[in-house]
Design a protein around this ligand. Structure first.
Ligand SMILES: Cc1ncc(C[n+]2csc(CCOP(=O)(O)OP(=O)(O)O)c2C)c(N)n1
Length: 554
């Protein structure tokens, strides 16, 4: 068979049911092979969004997302989407077409050194210089993107090799990769530290998503407050009385206060990123201790955490071992009472019916329609932080958001990818007027591919989050944060064949969401929100500047 047919066969054998991509000269042969395949191909409108869709597919389902682009500009257009997935440890395989091996380096039409270009933003990458290496490279890529700390893997496909013949029998060969080494030697000391701690706090990040059952059992045993990162939302249900919510620059006061007062942090799959853990949001006790559980040893010691025990291990396994080793554990009564008190002070119930509409009101109404399987994606900016603050999630893989890379334009394509992975789930994309305009062409993909999503567009008329910084820290000098000549979003949605609804008064919100859900196709709900509402409380980047509390009554 030809290399192209071999690739499609291998993907089918691995259970790939959906790919997101865009054709071009060097991948026409591969698209020809896909023509006869049962794999669903979602034809995007811009390759960046193919990567975001594969990312949304992977985050929603836990299975690797697959995207495909042609050589040259197709490959460069993938870059932001791959970097986004890399930064948030999302399993993905990105295939790119390439000029023939004999033309490499000659500046051939649509040649770019995608292999080098993508190296720093992928977990691993391959260039298939000999078609007989294709099975090895593809099968290994499949394993590598998932094993240990997940991440995107790139496979560059020179067109002459893909057109060459390959002996079908080599597709049956197996290619194993070494399991990730683990170091659990600190478990006994960690158990001792947990028993000695007076004020333990659990911090869960994206690395805990697959360990949520173990984490919940452990958290129940300790009855300790749990803080999370944006990636760790839903690992412990939002409704759990000991869940203090997200920690960090835009986190909740309850999370920050319990972290500030802690004498032990048990971090499960969190990497203490600068947006989550800072001098202000972190533990204040100079003698405080940290148990750091991570499968990726390179995360240990990146940030100066005093008194640290590192456990390099799969989160589920490590937490199970800790729980079993602890046996009977009596939670510290005083800390339990104090944690409940902290939580009760963090009311955060903004059902405000002010005009212009407050974004918090929008979130309140969305939270009313979130069911167990509803998936919410966000864009980046204020809309993202409001969603993190005011929406509750009872399970992981329900809030999909670009955390570490902070990629505007993520929300809509990720929602389409999530819908492809979970067709029975309602999918809501929360976005801003800036982020939406970066990817609005994907409304067409959603309609053409029958992947309906509800887009809730918080239209404040500005690049809200940047404007907020200008307002709070740059004396209100609003340099280039107002987007002129924005389209009429409702008409735009209708031009794509979607439904469009405009909401201008708080009382219209609930009916609009109901109509959107019931219309059975992609619907854009444009909500005109208050330009001046800030996401607060906020920890300023300057460690000396005071906390900005705003309406927070904490
Ligand atoms: C691709 C990209 N460019 C620039 C930024 C910097 N940035 C972060 S938030 C933001 C404003 C977002 O505005 P909008 O999409 O309208 O959302 P809002 O903050 O108003 O909710 C910008 C420009 C970014 N995160 N990503």
């Amino acid at each position: 068979m030809k290399g192209t047919e071999a690739l499609v066969t291998m993907l089918e054998r691995k259970g790939v049911d959906t790919m997101f991509g865009y054709p071009g000269g060097s991948v026409i042969p591969l698209y020809d092979a896909l023509y006869d395949s049962d794999i669903r191909h979602v034809l995007v409108r811009h390759e960046q969004c193919a990567a975001h869709m594969a990312d949304g597919y992977a985050r929603a389902s836990g299975r690797p997302g697959v995207c495909l682009a042609t050589s040259g500009p197709g490959a460069t257009n993938l870059v932001t989407g791959i970097a986004t997935a890399f930064a948030d440890s999302v399993p993905m395989i990105a295939f790119t077409g390439q000029v023939g091996v004999g033309s490499l380096g000659l500046g051939a039409f649509q040649e770019v050194d995608a292999y080098s270009l993508l190296m720093p933003i992928t977990k691993h990458n391959y260039r298939v210089l000999d078609v007989n290496r294709l099975p090895h490279d593809v099968y290994e890529a499949w394993e590598i993107c998932q094993v240990g700390r997940p991440g995107p893997v790139h496979v560059d496909l020179p067109v002459d090799q893909m057109n060459s013949q390959i002996d079908e029998s080599i597709l049956d060969e197996t290619y194993g990769i070494k399991p990730v080494t683990e170091d659990i030697s600190a478990i006994p000391d960690a158990v001792k530290w947990i028993k000695e701690a007076r004020k333990p706090v659990i911090l869960v990040g994206g690395g805990a998503v697959n360990a949520y059952e173990e984490v919940r059992r452990f958290a129940k045993l300790l009855n300790a407050p749990v803080c999370c990162t944006l990636m760790g939302m839903g690992v412990v249900p939002s409704s759990d009385p000991m869940n203090m919510g997200p920690l960090g620059m835009h986190g909740r006061m309850a999370a920050m206060t319990s972290m500030n007062e802690a004498d032990l942090i048990i971090s499960i799959g969190s990497r203490f990123s600068d947006r989550t853990y800072s001098k202000r949001s972190g533990m204040q006790d100079p003698e405080g201790r940290v148990i750091h559980i991570d499968i990726d040893a390179t995360e240990f010691g990146k940030h100066k955490l005093c008194n640290c025990l590192n456990i390099q291990c799969d989160a589920a396994k490590a937490v199970r071992m800790l729980t079993d080793s602890l046996g009977r554990y009596t939670p510290k009564k005083w800390w339990l009472t104090r944690s409940k008190e902290i939580k009760s002070r963090c009311g955060c119930d903004f059902d405000i019916n002010d005009y212009p509409i407050k974004p918090q009101k929008v979130m309140k109404e969305i939270s009313r329609i979130i069911g167990k399987d509803t998936i919410v994606t966000t864009d980046v900016g204020q809309n993202q932080m409001w969603a993190m603050h005011f929406l509750g999630f009872e399970d992981p893989r329900r809030l999909l958001s670009s955390g570490t890379f902070g990629t505007m334009g993520y929300g809509l394509p990720a929602a389409i990818g999530a819908k492809a992975a979970k067709p029975d789930s309602d999918v809501i994309a929360i976005t801003g007027d800036g982020g939406f305009q970066m990817v609005m062409q994907e409304m067409a993909t959603s309609l053409a591919e029958d992947l309906p999503v509800t887009v809730v567009l918080l239209n404040n008329g500005v690049l809200g989050m940047v404007r907020q910084w200008q307002k709070l820290f740059w004396n209100g000098r609003y340099s280039e944060t107002t987007l002129e000549a924005v389209p009429d979003f409702v008409k735009l949605a209708e031009a794509f064949g979607a439904k469009g609804i405009l909401v201008e008064r708080p009382g219209e919100m609930a009916d609009a969401l109901k109509e959107a859900r019931e219309c059975g196709r992609t619907c854009l709900v444009e909500v005109r929100v208050d330009i001046d509402e800030d996401v607060l409380p906020m920890i300023p980047a300057d460690p000396k500047a005071p906390l900005v509390k705003g309406r927070c009554r904490f």
